[in-house]
Write a protein of this length. Structure first.
Length: 201
């Protein structure tokens, strides 16, 4: 079975303050800042739930579908149940059935989350995947982002707004200091999967 091409159909982020897609675009492309949105509109939600909620609003996902939530949280402690809390809060808000997957944010990365999302979407086990990534340190405080992922062909057929598509990706497992050879091998594998040459980029 050929792996599904992925489409990013919704996003939201929080860099010590909320940044939706409109504000992120204004900052990156126009150098403008907009007034802060009210991320506390649903007071009972955690920050991660609020960011995920805003990302779902951004893409207007069909709330009657099966959803998977993949969370990579570098701030989580052992036996942390933050993913389950987010799933419960979002399920109540959006009235969908959700399954959660928790990754170790200190070891795993966004590419691992994309790999799981691709497996789930290719197997038609879910219709939509929410990927939440959280990082925090004494200098940046909390940084988190949510991406809404769908099968590209289905998103295109449904007329969803597509921010970007992901044709191919690879990652080097459990190694934060990979060798040059390992990086080249990973890039070559991704190019082969996408059926393109480096010169085409």
């Amino acid at each position: 079975m050929e792996n599904s091409k992925l489409a990013i159909v919704g996003l939201d982020c929080f860099f010590n303050q909320p940044f939706d897609s409109e504000r992120f675009s204004a900052l990156i492309y126009d150098g403008k800042t907009l007034e802060n949105q009210d991320i506390n509109s649903v007071e009972s939600l955690s920050i991660l739930s609020k960011v995920s909620h805003q990302a779902l609003k951004n893409c207007q996902v069909d709330c009657n579908k099966n959803v998977a939530l993949i969370t990579a949280d570098s701030t989580a402690i052992a036996n942390d149940n933050s993913a389950e809390i987010v799933v419960k809060q979002l399920s109540n808000l959006w009235n969908f059935s959700a399954t959660s997957f928790s990754l170790d944010g200190k070891k795993d990365c966004l590419l691992k989350a994309l790999e799981i999302a691709q497996i789930l979407l290719t197997a038609k086990q879910v219709d939509t995947v929410i990927i939440d990534v959280v990082n925090s340190d004494p200098h940046t405080n909390m940084v988190c982002g949510a991406r809404i992922i769908k099968d590209y062909q289905i998103a295109q057929k449904n007329g969803d707004r597509i921010y970007a598509d992901v044709e191919s990706f690879t990652h080097i497992s459990d190694n934060f200091s990979p060798s040059e050879a390992a990086i080249q091998q990973s890039c070559q594998r991704a190019l082969q999967q996408a059926k393109i040459k480096a010169a085409d980029i």
